[in-house]
Design a protein around this ligand. Structure first.
Ligand SMILES: NC(=O)C1=CN([C@@H]2O[C@H](COP(=O)(O)OP(=O)(O)OC[C@H]3O[C@@H](n4cnc5c(N)ncnc54)[C@H](O)[C@@H]3O)[C@@H](O)[C@H]2O)[C@H](O)CC1
Ligand SMILES: [K+]
Length: 216
């Protein structure tokens, strides 16, 4: 069990090192992140009757769009509520949108679909959150928090600063969070814990020392 917790800068550095020095493509890391989240969704007691993935256009969104595809292939009723301009998506998230479109996965722009979901996946922001959340992003987070459905956050509950645990304007209150590679120090704070719920640390092939660290 990797009990270490890291900062945003470390997460970004390990990510870049794995992609650029070791040579594991970003899309492979994204697929592993999505598979880990997908498996947590299937293994925990969630009602998957009507799933809505709320995604933005960064790589956190890409993780979520890939989770939506995995659920769709499994025959689960899933929709994507996309925030932001798909034309501005990262290369990996653009690729995930292409794959989602191949499968004709439905997109919704109706926040009532989020409110009426039986399970919500939070794929808005992860470690790339860099300022207070406002506007449509804040509206979506308020809808997520107003919904009866349980919420699973990808990597970081959106709106939580993964270094300090502070709420950046508004933040998702998740029942469970699947965080990549290592826990994040902000999720160990009181506010971080309140917003993360049960934290699952996903081994996606990113290691601080180029190999899986074994408990001493
Ligand atoms: N590190 C890993 O092990 C892996 C991480 N993955 C996932 O990638 C995200 C980080 O992705 P990134 O594109 O860097 O940023 P985000 O998706 O978190 O943020 C998107 C984007 O949003 C903009 N932004 C920031 N703050 C705001 C705001 N308040 N309002 C509006 N827009 C905002 C900013 O431009 C950001 O770039 C990580 O969390 C993981 O989920 C990989 O997929 C797998 C490996
Ligand atoms: K998130």
């Amino acid at each position: 069990m990797m009990s270490k917790a890291i900062t945003i800068a470390e997460a970004q550095r390990y990510d870049a090192h794995t992609i650029n020095e070791i040579g594991i493509p970003a899309l492979v890391l994204m697929e592993r992140a999505a598979l880990a989240t997908f498996n947590n969704l299937l293994n925990d007691d969630f009602d998957l009757s009507r799933v809505v993935v709320v995604a933005a256009t960064g790589n956190n969104g890409g993780d979520g769009i890939a989770v939506a595809r995995l659920l769709h292939i499994r025959g689960i009723d899933v929709e994507i509520y996309l925030l932001g301009d798909p034309a501005k998506a990262t290369p990996q998230t653009s690729q995930q949108l292409k794959i989602a479109n191949y499968y004709h996965i439905p997109f919704t722009t109706d926040l009532n679909h989020v409110v009426n979901a039986t399970l919500i996946v939070d794929a808005i922001f992860g470690v790339g959150l860099s300022r207070d959340i406002t506007g449509k992003f804040a509206d979506a987070i308020n809808a997520i928090n107003a919904a009866d459905a349980k919420t699973v956050a990808i990597d970081v509950p959106s709106g939580i600063n993964a270094d300090t645990g502070e709420v950046m304007g508004v933040a998702v209150v998740a029942d469970s969070t699947t965080t990549m590679a290592y826990n994040k120090i902000g999720l160990l704070t009181i506010t971080g814990k309140q917003h993360s719920g049960t934290v699952h640390v996903a081994d996606i092939g990113i290691y601080a020392q180029d190999h899986l660290e074994h408990a001493r």
